[in-house]
Write a protein that binds this ligand. Structure first.
Ligand code: ZN
Ligand code: ZN
Length: 238
């Protein structure tokens, strides 16, 4: 299974999930002044026919601004075109209705847990029950989960510069989540979202301010696992 970060962060989000049977899903379709997922799609010569469809987390423009452009060229909402896919919705706490997804491929027995723009899972019991089921059914599970900022830096910033971050997941929130996840499955196949990209360089206190190597080491100490810190333009193979 492959997870590609075309772009992530408040400047715009778009991702591609590709299973071993070549079935692909587009995750989020942001359009802002910094990034346009549809232009990116066209520029790289991508095609609607390459995808089962698209899943959108929530209506913020950095995640959904380009949805209408994709719909205009026939990209389906949802993944009904690929009957081997099963999608579980994971309602998330954000400042508007927001959904994470568990996308399971029953043919390849691979599953992706995609959680972005949140501070908590609304119904953790449902989420972990599904996770336990996937593991018991021998699915290979990968996680693409937000890690937007470092809490120790956040606490040092003036209040006016903290605007908006409190509706996102910090490194400490990420660690708390995975401390529970590790009761269900091994902590491997994980990539962080929403904290890479050039716009981060301009805002002083996102996760990327802590050097990537530092953050990898910090998560290794706290979780005992290697975590990929997601970067724009990168494909992660699991
Ligand atoms: Zn966002
Ligand atoms: Zn949002």
């Amino acid at each position: 299974m492959e997870f590609t970060i075309f772009h992530t962060g408040s400047g715009g989000n778009s991702f591609r999930l590709k299973f071993a049977d070549d079935v692909q899903v587009l995750l989020d379709a942001g359009k802002t002044n910094h990034y346009n997922a549809f232009n990116d799609f066209c520029t790289r010569g991508d095609r609607v026919s390459n995808y089962a469809g698209m899943l959108i987390s929530h209506a913020h423009k950095d995640h959904a601004g380009a949805v209408a452009d994709f719909e205009r060229v026939g990209m389906p909402r949802g993944v009904d075109a690929a009957p081997q896919l099963r999608v579980g919705v994971v309602p998330l706490v954000h400042d508007c209705p927001c959904n994470g997804y568990i996308i399971a491929n029953t043919a390849t027995r691979e599953a992706c847990v995609f959680l972005i723009d949140f501070t908590a899972i609304v119904s953790p019991r449902n989420f972990f029950t599904t996770l336990r089921w996937l593991v018991s059914e021998k699915y290979k599970v990968m996680f693409a989960v937000e890690l937007s900022y470092c809490e120790f830096l956040y606490k040092k910033m003036p209040i006016e510069q903290r605007v908006g971050l409190d509706r996102h997941l910090s490194d400490e929130g990420f660690i708390e989540l995975f401390k529970v996840v590790r009761h269900y499955c091994a902590l491997e196949n994980i990539v962080t979202l929403h904290a890479s990209g050039r716009e981060i360089l301009n805002k002083g206190f996102h996760a990327d301010v802590a050097p990537r190597d530092y953050l990898i080491k910090y998560l290794k100490v706290r979780l005992g696992a290697f975590i990929n810190i997601g970067q724009n333009g990168m494909t992660y193979k699991f």
